[in-house]
Design a protein around this ligand. Structure first.
Ligand SMILES: NC(=O)c1ccc[n+]([C@@H]2O[C@H](COP(=O)([O-])OP(=O)(O)OC[C@H]3O[C@@H](n4cnc5c(N)ncnc54)[C@H](O)[C@@H]3O)[C@@H](O)[C@H]2O)c1
Length: 347
């Protein structure tokens, strides 16, 4: 019978957009049709965001994209001032980014596996990718350890993720070259995870709160919303680059309405692009179009583009195009983390 080692052999390698100049390829797509043309327009809109000095760029992430090899793409966007804030799921930031920063890997697998055997071997499967469940437990426990070390009070996810970056720094840095949590910690880029307990961190929190029933760390998602809205108020002009849908998409679109409720004059998101495999016919959020979002007062319709495609193919092309165009070279870091004091209190 196959052992765990037989399954966990070939690690997923993260694609490096710096190695491939895709500008001529993406430029050629302008004269095609269907997905190629919409991808080209989305790439050009992202480049416009980078050229617009007043524009704060918010990247939203859903799905299982870091375990699939897209982590380095986002790291490169962070390191080259191509993004100013990130709104993500816990799966991506904790189970995938922080997990790899602790020295663990994702492995090439197959969807045609014997899942009962995988279960017996403590191997989790994400479509064609394998994960060592025992290593994931260490990630849960590390989140519990971080919570144990903090002053008991409600934290925004942004504050807690900053503490995760600090944990990595205090433990000789990430065990791999690229960690988005660590890169954002160093570059003062805030990361928000509005449904923070819905991932490995949630397992850590139930350990922490069970062991500390009366005084413990908790996550305040309203505080997250207020903090992200403060970024909108500070930046005024904003562009959103959305990979997948889910909570990060809605949370980020809604800050325009939140700013309006706070009675401040804040414009809609000026630029918006979304890469998704969902379509609009079910009326659900993930496939709802950006034109639809404009009816809610969230997104302007001049510079918006939906791209219907899978992120592992589309993101390297859009990000690679913008990277090799080089508009980011003149862009100053916005360091939105500085809006908040180091303890996370709103300044
Ligand atoms: N993804 C996981 O394996 C996983 C693991 C643990 C916990 N979770 C938790 O589940 C919750 C929901 O996660 P979610 O919002 O990512 O849900 P999701 O995975 O259903 O993604 C939301 C939508 O984004 C789009 N999408 C996803 N992946 C895409 C891709 N590769 N290319 C293009 N479009 C894509 C799809 O339209 C999808 O319906 C989160 O709280 C997360 O932390 C997820």
């Amino acid at each position: 019978m196959k052992s765990k080692k037989d399954f966990l052999k070939d690690a997923i390698k993260h694609i490096d957009i710096k190695q491939y100049n895709v500008v001529p390829l993406v430029d050629a797509m302008e004269h095609m049709a269907f997905s190629a043309r919409s991808l080209n327009r989305a790439a050009r809109i992202y480049d416009m965001m980078l050229k617009d000095r007043e524009c704060g760029i918010i990247l939203t992430l859903a799905g299982s994209i870091f375990s699939a090899g897209l982590k380095k793409v986002v790291c490169d966007l962070v390191m080259n001032n191509m993004v100013d804030a990130i709104v993500s799921t816990g799966a991506i930031m904790v189970d995938q980014d922080f997990f790899e920063a602790l020295g663990f890997k994702h492995y090439i697998g197959t969807p045609f596996s014997d899942d009962n055997l995988l279960r017996d071997l403590h191997i989790d499967r994400i479509y064609d990718t394998y994960i060592d469940e025992d290593e994931l437990r260490i990630c849960d426990e590390t989140c519990a350890k971080i919570a144990d070390s903090l002053e008991p009070r409600p934290y925004s996810s942004r504050e807690f993720i900053w503490e995760m970056g600090k944990y990595l720094e205090d433990h000789d840095g990430p065990k791999v070259d690229d960690s988005v949590i660590f890169a954002c910690y160093k570059k003062n880029i805030p990361i928000f995870v509005p449904a923070f307990s819905d991932c490995s961190a949630g397992f850590g929190f139930i350990m922490h709160q069970t062991q500390n029933p009366t005084r413990h760390v908790s996550i305040d998602s309203a505080k997250d919303f207020l903090e992200l809205t403060r970024i909108k108020l500070k930046s005024k002009e904003t562009g959103i680059f959305m990979i997948g849908g889910g909570v990060p998409k809605n949370f980020t679109q809604d800050i325009v309405v939140a700013a309006d409720i706070l009675e401040e004059d804040s414009p809609m998101h000026k630029y918006a692009i979304q890469v998704t495999v969902a379509d609009e016919r079910d009326g659900a959020l993930s496939g709802s179009t950006l034109k639809e979002a404009s009816s809610w007062g969230k997104v302007e319709t001049t510079y918006e583009q939906m791209v219907y495609g899978e992120a592992t193919v589309v993101l390297p092309l859009i990000a690679g195009y913008a990277y090799h165009k080089g508009s980011w070279k003149e862009r100053k870091p916005k360091e939105f983390q500085r809006i908040f004091s180091i303890e996370g209190a709103v300044a």
